[in-house]
Ligand binder design. Structure first.
Ligand code: FE
Length: 339
């Protein structure tokens, strides 16, 4: 909490809603903070004359801030990551539904909420990385994390993190709650060490020989591959990439996304901004900023390191189907002691 307020102190003040209407502005609360985003916002302003005021903070801090601001919030658009967080924002009633033929046409139905409250703008895969010495047959699917063959090999971040909750939710969607819970318990029993750290820490732990197999979002690995630091690139080179569940449902996909806020003072500008993000050029910037994939099929993000990971079969489960199961996933993580 202390860190949250310290972060707020360095943020620029937003213009008041009254001034905003005269000025053509958009107040954006964003959990993104990438270099390429500068061009993204500059191009929007160039195309529309709408200035973008940004508040950048962590996902949880932004959700907390919006809850505290309530009806007085100056925010028009919220951009956050992961199905579970989009769902939490949705459940809290933060988003106002958007009806846009353009968004409906460009963003696949599986990547937006049925009610038009949120839309995905980039996608990421939850992949496995392994010590190359681990036999390929031992680990091909998320379910294999629970297999006795992998005892003492597994590293993950804490199970209650949104990325884990979404993965557990996808296991629930495909296999039911009982099997998901048995899987979670057995996976915890296979851990090389208690869950800790973020996804990058799991990749580093595999490279360091602390664990033999770990879960990570795809962009963390690509970030290491593209790092200026040779020691980071060496970490990425030490691990084998596994696209999970290629013989079954396909690799679990998640998204970053956002929506127009219920109390948006500049609603029209907000909808235009979301529509702009769905354009081919914006999609490329948006995806590349975090080494992700565009959600719009015609958009081309040139990212050789990301492309070097190769093609894979992705799970077609809708993000909403994952999102609605994240509360059940949390209960399973708790019961399994996946802390
Ligand atoms: Fe992340």
């Amino acid at each position: 909490m202390k860190r949250f307020f310290a972060a707020l102190a360095v943020m620029l003040p937003l213009v008041t809603p009254a001034a905003a209407q005269q000025d053509k502005v958009l107040n954006l609360y964003s959990a993104r903070h990438y270099d390429t985003d500068e061009a993204l916002y500059a191009n929007f302003t160039k195309a529309t004359g709408i200035r973008v005021n940004r508040i950048e903070a962590g996902d949880e801090a932004l959700l907390e801030r919006l809850r505290n601001e309530g009806a007085n919030s100056p925010a028009d658009v919220l951009l956050i990551v992961d199905a579970s967080r989009l769902h939490a924002a949705d459940l809290a009633g933060l988003f106002a539904p958007v009806k846009s033929a353009l968004l409906d046409a460009r963003i696949p139905a599986a990547l937006r909420s049925p009610g038009g409250t949120w839309f995905a703008f980039s996608s990421r895969a939850r992949i496995l990385v392994a010590d190359p010495a681990v036999p390929v047959a031992d680990i091909q699917d998320y379910l294999d994390l629970a297999d006795g063959k992998n005892r003492g090999r597994v590293c993950t971040r804490p199970g209650s993190h949104p990325y884990m909750l979404s993965l557990i939710a996808s296991v629930i969607a495909h296999h039911g709650e009982a099997r998901a819970e048995a899987w979670a318990r057995a996976t915890v029993a296979n851990m090389a060490r208690p869950p800790r750290g973020g996804d990058t820490d799991q990749i580093r732990a595999v490279a360091a020989g602390e664990c033999a197999v770990a879960l990570t979002n795809s962009y963390y690995l690509v970030r290491l591959m593209r790092s200026r630091k040779p020691e980071d690139r060496a970490v990425a080179e030490k691990v084998r990439v596994i696209w999970p569940d290629q013989a079954g449902h396909g690799t679990h996909m998640n998204v970053s996304g956002g929506g127009v806020l219920r109390n948006a003072p500049n609603r029209e500008a907000a909808v235009r901004f979301l529509e702009y993000l769905a354009g081919d050029e914006a999609q490329a910037y948006f995806a590349n900023g975090n080494n992700e994939w565009p959600v719009v099929r015609t958009a081309i993000a040139k990212n050789p390191e990301l492309e070097s990971l190769g093609r894979f079969k992705s799970d077609t489960l809708s993000i909403q189907e994952i999102a609605v199961r994240t509360p059940a996933a949390q209960r399973i993580a708790d019961r399994a002691g996946w802390r």
